[in-house]
Design a binder for this molecule. Structure first.
Ligand code: MEV
Length: 429
């Protein structure tokens, strides 16, 4: 299987220097000349930009951004920009993606288009009158908000499509009504739009129903728009069954499910951050969906049969490629360009695929060599920095730590500090 992108050889990308990596990305037209200059200068913008995004700005918190390579999703090659602080996530993603590229496939799909806005009537006074009104006027309300609040969305093929409601028994003798406003946000994540739609409906609804609306806000549990990623890969029976057992562990035990899903989000969050998306919203949606059967469970599922391992990720993954800071933050714009995603759905499919691949990488390591081997090898550099090694001392300390890890199968910061002392003592002699 080829390791080229746009005709440029990408084998050994991780071994290249920083400048060589930028050159490769430029040569393969994954980034523009402007992106290249921006990255070369450290990828920082003046503090004025930060001032525009948030309040009381005092600077930037910098995260490294890297690219995961080897991804072939729906038969298309991708570079995945990932902004993340944790060692080994990008390496594991690329390594697992390469394995899948050689022996399997990644396919994705999105089911549904609508996001949900909620309008709460905390204590309904006359349920029958309210539901009669909603039934009679729902079309009128939909037309009203589409004309007054989201006309541009309607022009782009989206807008509000339906209004539904649920009655919740409060257990105190009263009933709560929750109205759901369904809206297709096209390529926006849609939070601001749906919130405005719901707030716009507040007055007519209150006036016409005589009910008191308590609050309006979007829901992050968007079970009406689900992104699916599927991995199929040829594996030997032993490995296939081990991964299936690991999957069952996470499906049946919430304690394991939390860690499993954290591993999935290791793949998703860095893409959300790199593209300027609201990763808290994505996290909230995924965790809530993982609880939909009344108990927190795994968001992925792996099964082995007849030489093939199949994994599925299915969850709400509501993102935008327009709106928010996606087109304002230079790094976000560059990341979206680099992935060549055409729409919000495309971005959610890529993120779902990377989350599932990350999960497979973790499960493979956990059920075979254990997590320490790969993770700690890559973490050694952090330990040398933590111990206070200078540029000149880092290679010596790295070698010592690697040797120690190979023999003892464990290393901590205290080991690094001790070994640095030994190096310094031996150099003084
Ligand atoms: C560590 O960041 C992620 C893992 O714990 C995920 C998992 O246990 O599946 C390795």
């Amino acid at each position: 299987m080829s390791e080229t992108f746009n005709g440029i050889e990408f084998k050994g990308f991780s071994k290249l220097s920083f400048m060589q990596r930028l050159n490769k990305l430029l040569e393969s037209e994954s980034i523009t000349q402007e992106d290249y200059e921006f990255l070369k200068s450290g990828g920082l913008k003046s503090v004025q930009l930060g001032e525009k995004f948030i309040e009381n700005t005092i600077g930037y918190f910098q995260l490294p951004i890297g690219v995961a390579t080897q991804f072939c999703i729906d038969d298309k090659e991708f570079f995945i920009p990932m902004a993340v602080e944790e060692t080994s996530i990008i390496a594991a993603a690329s390594k697992t993606a390469k394995w899948i590229k050689e022996s399997g496939s990644i396919t994705t799909e999105v089911f549904g288009t609508e996001i949900i806005g909620q309008i709460q009537i905390a204590k309904v006074k006359n349920l029958e009158k309210l539901t009669t009104l909603l039934q009679a006027r729902k079309k009128e309300y939909i037309q009203l908000v589409n004309k007054e609040v989201v006309p541009n969305l309607v022009l782009r093929g989206g807008g509000v499509s339906d209004i539904t409601w649920r009655v919740i028994d409060r257990g105190d003798g009263f009933q709560m009504v929750v109205i759901h406003v369904m809206m297709n946000p096209c390529d926006a994540m849609g939070a601001n739009l749906i919130n405005q739609v719901c707030e716009y409906l507040k007055n007519p609804l209150q006036e016409q129903s005589g009910e008191m609306i308590t609050m309006c806000i979007l829901s992050n549990l968007v079970d009406t728009k689900i992104t699916q990623a599927k991995v199929q890969i040829k594996v030997d029976e032993e490995l296939g069954l081990k991964i299936q057992e690991a999957s069952l562990f996470a499906e049946l035990d919430p304690y394991r499910a939390a860690t499993n899903n954290k591993g999935v989000l290791n793949g998703i969050d860095p893409i959300m951050i790199a593209t300027g998306n609201d990763w808290r919203a994505v996290e909230a949606g995924i965790h809530a969906y993982a609880c939909r059967e009344g108990r927190y469970s795994s968001i992925t599922r792996w099964r082995y049969q007849d030489g093939t391992l199949e994994g599925v990720f299915r969850a709400p993954l509501i993102v935008g490629t327009v709106g928010g800071v996606t087109q304002l933050h230079p790094m976000a714009k560059m990341s979206l360009r680099m992935m060549r995603v055409q729409s919000a759905s495309d971005l959610s499919r890529v993120a779902a695929a990377v989350g599932l691949v990350q999960n497979l990488g973790a499960l493979k390591a956990l059920t075979t060599v254990g997590i320490i081997e790969g993770h700690m090898k890559l973490h050694i550099k952090n330990l040398t920095l933590g111990a206070g090694a200078t540029e000149a001392e880092i290679p010596l300390l790295e070698t010592k730590l690697e040797q120690f890890l190979n023999v003892k199968k464990r290393i901590t910061l205290s080991h690094a500090i001790e070994m640095l002392q030994e190096i310094r003592t031996s150099q003084r002699m």
